[in-house]
Write a protein that binds this ligand. Structure first.
Ligand SMILES: [Zn+2]
Length: 284
């Protein structure tokens, strides 16, 4: 699943391949931009902004693309076979004399004036992996909705941008915070944000996403994807449930012991009814 660190690494590689280069081929395979030919434009730089990728051209235009749940950019040496998926899933091709950058299943493919990038990314909170990261501002935005559940608030890119579901889940575990705790009740909110950021920083230069420090499959996450398995710290079975507004629910995992919370804020403990969160019956 793409997270901010995935986009960060992809943008870094794309920037190495494309910056200063003139496109020999530049296709956007989305209906509203199908007639746009980027051939002949020179790439100034490629930068990540949360889970958005901004490819800036020297003529003052920016191509914005978004990964959402399933998108990705692949970089191939000229002449190598493209292997990111079927041709119909390709949304963009940016090619130079040396490299083919191919965007699969990208979303929100948009061309905007570079001076007007704010119209597409201006709503985002401080970028966890950005050079202008601002902890105080991120915490201020989180605290402006004190009744929001922390597991929802951390994923809201208007508060801080970059973290996806994996780092949300793991950051909450590492800090011992229950996903359904109110923002106002989180004892050390700056600490939670900084620990979540540290997990992303530790992974941004590699494709693996380990939050335990162990890169072995099955040992790389504390609770994410580990429903019913014993917690590495205390042995309690890991729980799994849906969290978030209708239609945007994300699967969350937590250890009911390490992330124990006051019964008053634990919906399972308070009601005894598994309506919210709803534990899932299907396997991970
Ligand atoms: Zn535990």
């Amino acid at each position: 699943m793409p997270e901010g660190d995935t986009v960060w690494l992809a943008a870094k590689r794309m920037n190495t391949a494309l910056s200063g280069q003139t496109l020999r081929r530049g296709e956007l395979r989305v209906p509203q931009l199908a007639a746009t030919d980027l051939k002949g434009r020179t790439v100034a730089e490629v930068v990540p902004r949360g889970k958005h990728m901004l490819t800036r051209f020297t003529d003052g235009w920016t191509l914005r693309t978004h990964y959402r749940m399933d998108g990705s950019w692949h970089i191939y040496r000229k002449g190598a076979r493209w292997r990111g998926g079927p041709a119909f899933s390709i949304r963009a091709v940016l090619a130079t004399d040396q490299w083919d950058c191919v965007g699969y299943r990208l979303h929100d493919v948009t061309l905007v004036r570079t001076t007007q990038e704010d119209t597409v990314v201006g709503h985002l909170g401080p970028d966890v992996l950005g050079p202008d990261w601002d902890l105080d501002e991120a915490v201020r935005r989180l605290r402006s909705h004190p009744d929001e559940h922390i597991g929802v608030a951390v994923l809201d890119q208007r508060n801080l941008c970059g973290p996806g579901n994996l780092y949300k889940v793991e950051g909450l575990f590492v800090c011992g915070v229950h996903p359904w705790m109110r923002v106002a009740d989180v004892e050390d909110l700056p600490g939670l944000v900084e620990r979540t950021r540290a997990l992303m920083l530790a992974n941004r230069d590699r494709p693996e996403q380990s939050t335990t420090g162990d890169l072995r499959r099955g040992r790389d996450h504390w609770v994410y994807g580990r429903k019913d398995k014993p917690c590495y710290k205390c042995g309690t079975s890991i729980l799994r449930g849906d969290q978030g507004p209708d239609l945007q629910e994300r699967i969350t995992y937590w250890c009911p012991t390490c992330q124990a919370t006051d019964a008053a804020v634990d919906p399972l403990a308070r009601t005894g009814e598994p309506d919210h969160p709803r534990p899932l019956t299907s396997a991970t």
